[in-house]
Design a protein around this ligand. Structure first.
Ligand SMILES: NC(=O)c1ccc[n+]([C@@H]2O[C@H](COP(=O)([O-])OP(=O)(O)OC[C@H]3O[C@@H](n4cnc5c(N)ncnc54)[C@H](OP(=O)(O)O)[C@@H]3O)[C@@H](O)[C@H]2O)c1
Length: 381
């Protein structure tokens, strides 16, 4: 029977990919998208120009409002019709100054969504996209089912995602938690799909730091990137980070494929469970440094541990642009497995292995699509 599915965060990186996948797998369902602005609605209409209004409906709302910012009539309609909720929206800022926003969006927003679910006639399950980083900084392996102990977090983002999971678990209603690691673009096309945060944000930070520094000396990374035949630009760039750090990356198409497969195939058997979506093949710090060099066509990037002694102007510039990401370059991600998804989906739980080659090509693809083809707007800003 056709479902009515409420999705939060459908305008975001994961949410738009999830919606594409849901439309592919369950084309007869009706999708209600909670968005917070007309601009967001316009983005959705542009993406799905042929979609009938009654299959893809916009509902205005805001997670930070205790009534989710819904009009009374929208709220009544949702309570009457919704069969399933995908909670993908969240604030993903790593900036300290966004701590209050992170709490309001990630923790309170989840609470308000649960209030709505409790009032829904059909008792919809909430499929919640959490993050593998709710484990915080830890060396031990992380259990899938259950909440890891409240540990040492790198930032308010991790803490508030942990708290949101807790809120969900205290609730006695039906839920499923997904914990992807760091999500990159498409495994085959390598397209970053407009994503500019997480690993791409870090790459962007390195690029901006180098460019701004070169500019003060009458040079330009932007001009250099436009000449792919040029030999690598020599820099002497020590960065905070460990060569042996291990990081976990997955591709967005794998993530949404597994999300939807778990929900559609397991149905009630998935309820109350947690699913890691992680890569069996991690990237080591040295390989990440090499990939940054190749993506930016520079030579001379080195990770030197948890501080850079007497930083040069260039090093200070790069640090300024990459600071929020630094905690991720120091501590390794703990060992991770995705046994729950494997048990349920067998081979369909496999994800594209993040080899150094694939990783480098993905970063390079970001540089080509987001920097070069967009006229280096990010550098001119
Ligand atoms: N990207 C990753 O590497 C990664 C990895 C693991 C887990 N996750 C989790 O996946 C989820 C989605 O991440 P993403 O990378 O897709 O982030 P994103 O691109 O920043 O998208 C965030 C989405 O949340 C919406 N949103 C933010 N605040 C809202 C509010 N107050 N009310 C309603 N909607 C709001 C945004 O709407 P607007 O378009 O209006 O801004 C957007 O649709 C997050 O919860 C994140 O924790 C992401």
């Amino acid at each position: 029977m056709a479902r009515t599915v409420l999705i939060t965060g459908a305008t975001g990186f994961l949410g738009r990919n999830l919606l594409d996948r849901l439309l592919q797998v369950s084309p007869d369902d009706t999708y209600l998208l909670l968005v917070r602005s007309h601009a967001a609605e316009r983005r959705i209409r542009r993406r799905y120009p042929l979609m009938e209004d009654d299959q893809l409906r916009i509902v205005y709302g805001d997670l930070r409002d205790d009534r989710l910012g819904l009009s009374s009539s929208d709220r009544r309609r949702l309570c009457r019709t919704v069969d399933e909720i995908w909670h993908v929206a969240g604030s993903t800022s790593f900036h300290r100054s966004d701590a209050a926003l992170l709490r309001e969006t990630n923790v309170n927003g989840t609470r308000y969504l649960i209030d709505l679910a409790q009032q829904c006639r059909h008792g919809p399950p909430i499929y919640f996209v959490s993050t593998f980083y709710v484990c915080g900084i830890t060396a031990g392996s992380v259990e899938e089912d259950g909440l890891p102990p409240c540990g040492r977090f790198r930032n308010a983002y991790e803490r508030t995602k942990w708290e949101a999971e807790k809120v969900l678990r205290v609730w006695r209603g039906p839920f499923v938690v997904f914990r992807p690691s760091i999500v990159l673009g498409h495994s085959q096309t390598l397209d970053p799909q407009g994503e500019r945060r997480m690993m791409y944000g870090y790459l962007l930070g390195v690029a901006c730091g180098v460019h701004k520094h070169l500019k003060t000396h009458g040079q330009s990374l932007w001009a250099h990137l436009q000449r792919p035949e040029a030999s690598p630009l020599r820099v002497s760039l020590r960065m905070i980070g460990n060569n042996q750090t291990r990081k976990n990356f997955v591709c967005v198409d794998d993530v949404v494929r597994i999300l939807v497969a778990v929900a559609r195939r397991a149905g009630p058997a998935a309820l109350g469970r947690t699913f890691h979506i992680v890569n069996p093949k991690t990237m080591v710090g040295t390989a990440i440094g090499r990939a940054l060099e190749r993506a930016l066509n520079v030579k001379g990037i080195r990770y030197v541990g948890d501080r850079v002694e007497r930083p040069s102007e260039l090093e200070r510039s790069v640090l300024r642009w990459t600071r929020p990401f630094v905690p991720y370059t120091i501590h390794s991600d703990p060992p991770a497995s995705m046994e729950n998804a494997e048990q349920l989906l067998g081979r369909d739980a496999q994800v594209a292995r993040m080899t150094a080659e694939r990783f480098t090509r993905m970063l390079r693809s970001f540089v080509e699509r987001e920097l070069i083809r967009r006229d280096g707007r990010v550098f001119h800003a």
